[in-house]
Design a protein around this ligand. Structure first.
Ligand code: MSP
Length: 649
C-alpha cells in the first residue's frame, strides 16, 4: 500500500498510558485498537501522524506488587512492559512512540514542568487529608464515595493524611468550564455534561505530591516527596515531544488532535490536564474522546476483579484481524458494551467468513474459470450494474465522515453495505448462467469486472481496520502499489487486465455451537484463575511499606470504653463517640456508620490510638482513633476485656 504524501498537516493521537501492574486485557486492547485504526486512517488520508501509547509505571501499587514478588519496582515493570509491547507487536499496533514514565527523557521533563508550575505561583505546600484508594491511587472526598467505597473500583478506602504540595486547580475553574462548554472539546456529550456539572460544583486544589512512599519522580524542590502519579502520567503527552527543552518536535505536534481515553479517566484529561496546560501557558488538546467500557456479566471488565478476557488467547485462536474487526464493529463509541463469546463468534463467522470471505473466493474463482484469471473490461451497464457502482462509490465518503466522528462501527458497516450489495449482485446476475450463453459474454465480463472493482475498493477501505486481510485480498486480486492508494477507493475503473489468483479462504468457517461450548469452558477456567489471583492480590495489596520499630513505638494504644455513640448529621459514613480512657473522656469520630448501629456499640471496649494528633473531620474535632478489623467487606470491632486505660502493646 502506498501511503499518500503527508500533505494535510499533522495528526497527533494518544491512548492512555496503561498501568503495568499486570497483563492487559481485552478492554485495554479495545482502546488501543481504536487508536490504531484512527492513526492508520489518518496516515492513509495524507496526514503526518504521531500515534503514542505507553505505560504509567510509578505509584504505590506498583511498588507493593514488586515487593510481593521480591523484585525492585523497576524489575517488576520491565517484565510487565515487555509483555505489553509483545501484545502490541502481535496485534500490529502502529504506534510511533511508546513512552515509559521511568524513562530519563520523561523524568527530567516532568521535574522541569513541576518547576515551571511552581515558578508561575501555582504550587504551594499544605496538608492533605482524604479517603485514599490504594489500587486506584486516588484520593476521594466523602461525597464522592459510593457506599463508603472507592467510586471507581468499589474497594474500601482508607483515611490518609500527609504533608504535600498542592496545585492551584481552583484558580483555573472558570477557564476549564469555558473550555468544556465548547461542544467540540470533550465528546461524547454525556461525558461533557458530567464534567460541566463536576466543575460547576467547584474545583478543590489538587494534591500533587506524596511522601509516604518513594517509587515516583522526585519533587525537584523536596527530596522527601515524589510527584503524584497522575501529574507524572498526564505530562507524558508533551514530555515525549521534547517539552520544555526541545521546541522543534513539540511545536510540530502540539496541540494533540485527540486524547482517546476510557470514560473513568475523562475527569483527569478534560479538567486536570487542561488546567495544568493553562498553568504552563500551553494550548489545549483539540479533542478528548471518552470511550465506554467493555462489560462482562453486567460489570466492568477489570484486572482487579479478575473478570477479564485475555486478548492473546483470542488472537491465537481466531487471528489478529478477526479480533480487531469484532472490537471495532460491535461496540458503539462512547457507550458501554457487553462482551460475549457468542456475539464475537457470530461476527467472525457471518461478517468475515461468510460475507467477505465468500465474496472474494466466489469472484476470484469465477474470473479464473470464465476469463482465464484476467479481469475483463466492462461493457454497457444496466440498472443493477449502476446500482452496484453507485453503492461502491458512496462508501469511501460515508466512511470518512464516520471515522472523523470516531464511529468505527458505522465506518465498518459502510463497507459491509457494499460487501452485502456485491453478494446480492452475484445472486441477481447469476454469472454462471451467463457463462453458458455466448451472447452474454459482454454482460458476464461487465459483471466480473464490477465485482473485482467492488473488491478492490473494499480491500483499500479495510486497511485501517484489518490491514493483513486487506493485503491478502489484494494479493488474490493481483493489486500492487499504484492501484491501492486511499484515493483509489473513490473511483471505479482500475481493475481491467489484472491477473487474479485464488488463495486460501480469508477466514475459516466456525461451527458456532461447538466453538462456543469449548470457548465458554476454557474462559470459565481462565477467569476463575484470574479471579483467584486478583483476590489474593487484593488482600496482599493492603500491606503497607515496612516501618522501623521506633516508628511503631511512637503509637500509644489504649483500651477504652464507648460511653456514647451517635450519628453525625450530614455525614453518612461517620459516627461520633465519647470514649473513656482511664479517667479521661475523649470525642472520637470514625467512618463506620454503615457497619454499626450507634446504640449497639455503647458500653463496648475498644482499642484507641490515644496519641494521634487531634484533627477536624466535618467540622468536629476527633481526639484519637478507634481500631477496627477491615475484612474488605465490613468492619468488625477489635475489643479487649482489660480495664479501660490499659496499654496495648
Ligand atoms: N495509567 C492510567 C492512565 C494514565 S493516562 C495519562 C490508567 N491506566 S489503566 O491501565 O487503568 O488503563 C485505563 C484505560 O484502559 C481506560 O481508560 C480504557 O481506555 C482502558 N480500559 C480498561 N478497562 C477497560 C474496559 N473494561 N473496557 C474498555 N476500556 C478499558 O488509568
Amino acid at each position: 500500500m502506498t501511503e499518500q504524501k503527508a500533505s494535510k498537516g499533522t495528526y497527533y493521537i494518544t491512548t492512555p498510558i496503561y498501568y503495568p501492574s499486570s497483563k492487559l486485557h481485552i478492554g485495554h486492547t479495545y482502546c488501543t485498537v481504536m487508536a490504531d485504526a484512527m492513526a492508520r486512517f489518518k496516515r492513509l488520508s495524507g496526514y503526518d501522524v504521531r500515534f503514542q501509547t505507553g505505560t504509567d509505571e510509578h505509584g504505590l501499587k506498583i511498588m507493593q506488587k514488586a515487593r510481593e514478588k521480591g523484585v525492585t519496582p523497576q524489575e517488576y515493570v520491565d517484565e510487565v512492559v515487555a509483555g505489553i509491547k509483545d501484545l502490541w507487536n502481535t496485534m500490529e499496533i502502529s504506534y510511533d512512540d511508546f513512552v515509559r514514565t521511568t524513562q530519563p527523557r520523561h523524568v527530567k521533563r516532568v521535574q522541569a514542568i513541576f518547576n515551571k508550575m511552581n515558578e508561575k505561583g501555582d504550587i504551594y505546600k499544605g496538608k492533605y487529608e482524604g479517603w485514599y484508594c490504594t489500587p486506584c491511587e486516588s484520593y476521594w472526598t466523602e461525597s464522592q464515595l459510593v457506599n463508603g467505597c472507592c467510586p471507581d473500583c468499589g474497594r474500601p478506602v482508607e483515611w490518609a493524611s500527609e504533608d504535600a504540595y498542592f496545585f492551584r486547580l481552583s484558580k483555573y475553574q472558570d477557564r476549564v468550564l469555558k473550555l468544556l462548554e465548547d461542544p467540540d472539546f470533550l465528546k461524547p456529550k454525556e461525558r461533557r455534561n458530567e464534567m460541566i456539572e463536576f466543575v460547576k460544583q467547584g474545583l478543590d486544589d489538587l494534591c500533587i505530591s506524596r511522601s509516604s512512599f518513594d517509587w515516583g519522580i522526585q519533587v525537584p524542590i523536596d527530596p522527601n516527596s515524589v510527584i503524584y502519579v497522575w501529574l507524572d502520567a498526564l505530562t507524558n503527552y508533551i514530555t515525549t515531544l521534547g517539552y520544555p527543552d526541545d521546541p522543534e518536535e513539540f511545536n510540530k505536534y502540539w496541540p494533540a488532535d485527540v486524547h482517546l481515553v476510557g470514560k473513568e479517566i475523562v475527569r483527569f484529561h478534560s479538567v486536570i490536564w487542561p488546567a495544568m496546560l493553562m498553568s504552563l501557558d500551553l494550548p489545549m488538546p483539540k479533542h478528548v474522546m471518552g470511550h465506554g467500557w467493555l462489560l462482562i456479566d453486567g460489570g466492568k471488565m477489570s484486572k482487579s476483579k479478575g473478570n477479564v478476557v485475555d486478548p492473546v488467547f483470542l488472537i491465537h485462536r481466531y487471528g489478529v484481524d478477526a479480533l480487531k474487526y469484532f472490537l471495532l464493529r460491535e461496540y458503539t463509541f462512547g457507550q458501554d458494551g457487553v462482551y460475549t463469546n457468542e456475539v464475537m463468534l457470530k461476527r467472525m463467522n457471518y461478517d468475515l467468513a461468510n460475507d467477505l470471505g465468500n465474496l472474494l473466493s466466489r469472484t476470484v474463482a469465477m474470473i479464473e474459470k470464465y476469463c482465464g484469471g484476467i479481469v475483463p473490461p466492462a461493457g454497457t451497464f444496466d440498472d443493477i450494474d449502476e446500482d452496484l457502482k453507485k453503492t461502491a462509490l458512496s462508501v469511501a465518503p460515508a466512511l470518512e465522515d464516520h471515522m472523523n466522528d470516531f464511529q468505527f462501527n458505522l465506518a465498518l458497516e459502510d463497507i459491509w453495505v457494499l460487501v452485502r450489495r456485491a453478494n446480492k449482485y452475484i445472486d441477481e446476475k447469476m454469472p454462471w448462467a451467463m457463462a453458458k450463453d455466448p451472447e452474454k459474454k459482454e454482460e458476464l465480463d461487465t459483471c466480473l469486472h464490477n465485482l473485482a472493482e467492488a473488491l478492490r475498493i473494499i480491500s483499500i477501505l479495510l486497511i485501517p481496520f484489518m490491514h493483513t486481510t486487506s493485503e491478502r485480498m489484494q494479493e488474490q486480486l493481483g493489486l500492487t502499489g499504484e492501484k491501492i492508494r486511499w484515493d483509489d477507493a473513490f473511483s471505479f475503473e482500475k481493475m481491467d487486465g489484472e491477473k487474479v489468483t485464488k488463495g486460501d479462504p480469508l477466514f475459516p468457517r466456525l461451527d458456532i455451537d461447538k466453538e462456543l461450548k469449548e470457548l465458554n469452558e476454557i474462559q470459565k477456567k481462565q477467569m476463575a484463575e484470574a479471579k483467584k489471583k486478583a483476590d489474593k492480590e487484593a488482600a496482599d495489596v493492603k500491606l503497607k511499606p515496612e516501618i522501623e520499630f521506633e516508628d511503631f513505638d511512637k503509637i500509644d494504644l489504649r483500651v477504652g470504653t464507648i460511653m456514647k455513640a451517635e450519628k453525625v448529621e450530614g455525614a453518612d459514613k461517620l459516627l461520633k463517640f465519647r470514649v473513656r480512657i482511664g479517667n479521661e473522656e475523649r470525642q472520637i469520630l470514625s467512618g463506620v456508620a454503615e457497619y454499626f448501629k450507634p446504640e449497639e456499640l455503647v458500653g463496648k471496649k475498644v482499642i484507641v490510638v490515644a496519641n494521634l494528633k487531634p484533627r477536624k473531620i466535618r467540622g468536629e474535632e476527633s481526639q484519637g482513633m478507634l481500631i477496627f478489623a477491615d475484612t474488605g467487606k465490613k468492619f468488625e470491632l477489635v475489643t479487649s476485656s482489660a480495664d479501660d486505660g490499659s496499654k496495648v502493646r
